[in-house]
Design a protein around this ligand. Structure first.
Ligand code: HEC
Length: 490
């Protein structure tokens, strides 16, 4: 063959190869994103409670399995990454709503498109708390929801005849995620000093939010019409801690916690925000958009320790009683907001929370080990209505109650001589508790630091049902405080 014939032959073969490569679909490579994501390095289980694999594949072929977002950032984001809403004056009565809506929008950015699956968010990284897979309140595999609290009959609405329960999932932004990295990254035990002040604690820029769901629906709670739903593997009732069933749950509440230096002058350093679902507004054309039915309830940046008047809004609630004398809680006056019971004396609390507590008083108890009760016993002692709900507390002069409504600085333990602060994070407190429970079981022994005092599990409902009933029955002891003179004028 002549030289130029060989050259032609090579060129033709090369051309054919090129053509074939274009028309044959390329096989998935081991480095494809999907495969990578499935086998990413993981230190922590994604969830604790789930149906068997074969049932999941056969019955829920299109349902994504929940994945814990645990690729925590190794570096703290720069100050330039602090969200823009940190400039809105949250403590100005005419601006707080702008602040809360901007905080909500920050949490929603990229999340609505991702249907609140953290890893699918293309705009912003969010992370989940590890270790909530452990124990009877274990997170589940459909949506990552951990069991949280009971709901009493009439707590949410006058027509609510049935009790219910709360399941929830929290999201931590990159500032908060870095703290999770520092606490949990070690191949050894988690480091509880990471959230202890003055050196440790969540940094300025921290935003944490949580979606709370209930199995109750619009037959019990009218504002759960047009619900934003998820599938979850939950206990049939709150009291049952062994069985689980697959059930649709409905979004009822959104909680936000923001670490903002400007709130330090109130003695705390944190701002709490709350929104309640109202499906009667019927916002959002698709299921994903229905989160826009969340209506601001209010914000709280302190416990108003100076306001001591003793009153609560008993269940069922027909009207939100807005206490304008509070300086560290602001409440939404809009008719879009379903009637709220709020917390003690009208301080901020969400629909699924107790009307005797408040966001901040409960969260400031966060410590490890958790010696403080999340809700003091005094919250369950007093006069009750015939329907069983608390009407009036009779022990609000007790030292434990007065302490509960003081302001604690971020990063300060509630029991500073015995415990370290989890910096108002009760998921950190839970996660550390679970870790040490697991380690005790695994090692077949106990650790001495757990003998420094009686521990309370961080239960949002305050305490187990049985205990609550015993306390409720213990009835009147002292009369404390007095009803506001004009209780009816709210
Ligand atoms: C009686 C106690 C109690 C009250 C009141 C309470 N919470 Fe919580 N909260 C908890 C517990 C316990 C957890 C951890 C368990 C969980 O998230 O499932 C938690 C978790 C959270 C989280 C996730 C972050 C973290 O690490 O703790 C946020 C955000 C939050 N709550 C905000 C709020 C807001 C806002 C309010 C008021 C509307 C509120 N909470 C009222 C007990 C309470």
């Amino acid at each position: 063959m002549k030289k130029y014939q060989i050259l032609w032959a090579i060129l033709i073969i090369f051309g054919i190869c090129l053509l074939l490569k274009c028309v044959t679909p390329s096989k998935p490579q081991p480095s494809d994103d999907g495969v990578k994501a499935a086998y990413e390095k993981k230190d922590f289980p994604d969830f604790g409670a789930m149906i068997p694999v074969d049932q999941f594949l056969a019955n829920y072929p299109n349902h994504k399995i929940f994945k814990l977002s645990q690729d925590y950032p190794k570096a703290l984001p720069g100050a330039d990454k602090i969200p823009a809403f940190f400039k809105i004056p949250f403590d100005d009565k005419s601006k707080w709503m702008d602040w809360l809506l901007a905080a909500r929008d920050y949490c929603f950015e990229g999340m609505i498109d991702a249907n609140f699956i953290a890893q699918d968010n293309k705009k912003r990284d969010w992370y989940h708390m590890p270790w909530l897979h452990y124990g009877p309140l274990a997170s589940e595999g459909f949506s990552g929801l951990a069991k949280e609290a009971p709901i009493s009959p009439y707590q949410l609405a006058p027509e609510q005849k049935h009790p219910g329960q709360v399941y929830a999932l929290g999201f931590y932004n990159d500032f908060a995620g870095h703290i999770l990295y520092k606490m949990w990254n070690a191949s050894t035990d988690p480091d509880p000093f990471i959230t202890q002040g003055p050196k440790g604690g969540f940094p300025e820029g921290t935003v944490i939010f949580k979606f709370l769901y209930t199995e109750l629906d619009s037959t019990d709670v009218h504002y759960l019409k047009n619900p934003y739903t998820r599938l979850a593997y939950i206990t049939p009732t709150f009291k049952d801690s062994t069985n689980r069933i697959v059930k649709t749950v409905n979004l009822i509440q959104m909680d936000i916690m923001v670490r903002d230096k400007r709130a330090e002058k109130y003695g705390t350093g944190w701002i709490f925000g709350n929104l309640c679902y109202n499906g009667n507004l019927n916002k959002g054309k698709t299921m994903k958009d229905r989160v826009m039915n969340l209506v601001p309830v209010g914000i709280q940046f302190g416990n108003d320790p100076g306001y001591k008047t003793n009153w609560i809004n008993p269940y069922p609630v027909v009207k939100t009683m807005i206490n304008d004398t509070l300086k560290e809680t602001f409440i939404n006056t809009s008719a879009d907001l379903p009637p709220q019971h709020l917390g003690w004396g009208g301080r901020l609390d969400g629909p699924v929370d107790l009307n005797t507590a408040s966001c901040m008083s409960c969260h400031q108890t966060g410590e490890y080990p958790q010696f403080a009760a999340l809700v003091p016993n005094e919250a369950f002692i007093g006069d009750t209505l015939p329907n069983g709900s608390m009407k009036y507390l009779t022990q609000t002069n007790a030292p434990a109650w007065i302490k509960y409504y003081q302001n604690f600085k971020c990063g300060t333990a509630y029991d500073p001589k015995k415990a370290l602060s989890t910096d108002f994070s009760l998921q950190v407190s839970l996660a550390l508790t679970y870790y040490w429970q697991w380690k005790s079981v695994t090692m077949g022994g106990h650790y001495s630091q757990l003998y420094a005092g009686v521990e309370h599990l961080a239960l949002r409902g305050g305490m187990p049902f049985k205990m609550m009933k015993i306390l409720k029955k213990s009835g009147k002891k002292l009369k404390a405080g007095a009803l506001p003179k004009d209780h009816s004028s709210f």
